[in-house]
Ligand binder design. Structure first.
Ligand code: NAG
Ligand code: NAG
Ligand code: NAG
Ligand code: NAG
Ligand code: NAG
Ligand code: NAG
Length: 437
């Protein structure tokens, strides 16, 4: 009976009409599937127009430039994982001249799709005009139905993969505002097939689930499993420095064997910190927000309190304040921040909120002028993700994380650059202690 069950499961897994982008070489070479190449990593960000820093502050490559570069380099395949699409000014109620960068990205995607040389595959949360137009000129588009698959959640991943060698992971949406009006943080990985192929396996999960009527298979096929994960990150050489990397994914049912869950990655990064943990995340809520009644979800909150209390690790948390901030967030943030007032035990937890200023016309741009970043940097790791920090994102929603372990103090390594980026914002006039709100 037991054997029969196993055989049945195997049969389903092998014959279950899984429609992959291509078949993987699973000749046992997987064991050596490690980054021998020298990859190139660049920290990228969007700084909203008119958000200014002192002239000496670090500024990274722009998200626009990173996406443009991927479009210029791509030769064969472009896999885009996305939430909603509003690249065109006309996609939003209020038109602003600053949509030109998003429109330029769209124009390039359109030209690429029309030319027909590059196979463009788009996984999206829901249908929209932009991808409808791209589809009409040859892009393939799929929409995983989260309601059916997970009974909750959305596709929230923002990941570009060109030729399975160049990757963008970060908070930047397919939205003109993500280039000029919202603050975003991401990483551009170039000339790195080992990570590009690994990221493509995550895309293939969305692609499979985007076929109408798809269900989450009981066992994902071995070709989608990975050996690059939390317990076995791959060593990379990049820009003459060394690091260890893996890519995490959520929700857990979307993780084939070997793929680390995004929440496990976050907990591991927090637990590995020895000196400090700097977090910049748009929304921080120790709850499952989108259920009725709401459920308390202290997984990350507990880890931060423990790290500060037990290990004396300094925790700085920077969340975002804008007109749509859920009111509850302030109470939970104040609760965390309060710990630094403890008298008999030093608990170094401080919480601030970042506000992107807006002039009168900018204030009219809907869902804009906000710090949208979702990253964490410690004395050991850089973590760049796509998810807000509430339980929903890790239980139900599609998202990914890029995790780099790089404990050395070389000021040019990506982790150190992320530290500089964080401190620039933390110490800026745009960040205020949570007790001011
Ligand atoms: C705001 O930014 C735009 C675009 O960079 C620039 O043209 C404009 O002069 C800036 N306005 C102010 C008040 O600095
Ligand atoms: C995601 O898709 C669902 C289903 O179409 C839709 O209800 C929801 O509003 C979408 N969310 C976003 C952020 O696009
Ligand atoms: C497409 O654009 C039209 C007009 O601009 C708008 O009415 C419609 O709601 C859009 N559809 C989607 C799916 O965004
Ligand atoms: C990570 O991958 C290795 C193979 O490289 C595997 O043995 C291990 O079980 C994986 N770890 C997790 C947590 O999946
Ligand atoms: C999380 O992030 C998205 C954008 O990435 C934002 O629009 C949304 O309202 C955020 N907050 C929550 C609690 O979902
Ligand atoms: C890697 O090198 C490129 C130039 O070759 C540079 O633009 C980029 O900032 C570097 N990245 C890091 C993390 O040092």
């Amino acid at each position: 009976m037991m054997l029969l069950t196993i055989l049945t499961v195997m049969f389903v897994a092998v014959s279950g009409n899984l429609n992959y982008i291509h078949s993987f070489d699973i000749s046992g070479a997987e064991e050596e599937f490690k980054c021998a190449q020298s990859c190139k990593f660049t920290l990228v960000e969007s700084v909203p127009e008119n958000l200014t820093y002192p002239a000496t502050a670090p500024i990274m490559m722009s998200t626009y430039k990173a996406h443009k570069r991927l479009l210029e380099r791509v030769k064969k395949t472009l896999y885009l994982s996305s939430c909603y699409w509003t690249l065109l000014g006309s996609d939003t109620d209020y038109h602003d001249y600053s949509s030109y960068e998003g429109e330029d990205i769209f124009k390039n995607l359109y030209a690429l799709a029309s030319a027909g040389q590059v196979s463009i595959k788009i996984a999206q949360n829901n249908s929209n005009n932009d991808t409808g137009i791209l589809k009409s000129v040859g892009a393939e588009v799929r929409t995983p139905n989260f309601e059916q698959l997970m009974h909750a959640g959305i596709l929230h991943t923002k990941m570009w993969i060109a030729d399975e060698a160049h990757v963008y992971i970060g908070s930047g949406n397919f939205d003109w505002r993500s280039y000029t009006q919202t603050k975003e943080t991401g990483v551009l990985i170039e000339d790195c097939p080992c990570l590009g192929e690994d990221a493509a396996k995550i895309f293939e999960v969305y692609w499979y689930l985007g076929k109408p009527g798809s269900q989450i298979p009981q066992h994902w096929p071995p070709s989608l499993s990975t050996s690059i994960n939390i317990s076995d990150p791959t060593a990379v050489n990049y820009n003459n420095t060394k690091g260890e990397v893996y890519i995490s994914s959520s929700p857990p049912p979307f993780c084939p064997s070997g793929r680390s869950n995004d929440i496990d990655a976050i907990v591991n990064v927090i637990r590995s910190a020895k000196k400090f943990i700097y977090i910049s995340v748009m929304d921080y809520l120790p709850q499952i927000v989108y259920t009725e009644p709401r459920v308390y979800w202290p997984v990350i909150d507990n880890e931060l309190r423990k790290a500060a209390f037990n290990s004396g690790v300094k925790v700085y948390l920077l969340a975002s304040h804008w007109k749509h901030t859920l009111q509850d967030m302030y109470a939970f943030l104040r609760s965390l921040d309060q710990l630094h007032t403890a008298r008999f035990h030093k608990i170094d937890i401080f919480v601030k909120l970042f506000t992107v200023p807006a002039d009168e016309s900018q204030a009219k741009i809907p869902y804009s002028r906000v710090d949208h970043s979702k990253y964490m940097v410690t004395d050991q790791h850089a973590y760049i993700g796509t998810s807000n920090w509430s339980g929903d994102y890790f239980k139900y929603t599609g998202g990914v994380g890029f995790i780099l372990r790089q404990a050395d103090e070389d000021p040019s390594n990506l982790r150190q650059q992320l530290v500089q980026l964080f401190l620039r914002d933390w110490n800026s006039e745009y960040s205020q202690h949570v007790y001011r709100f």
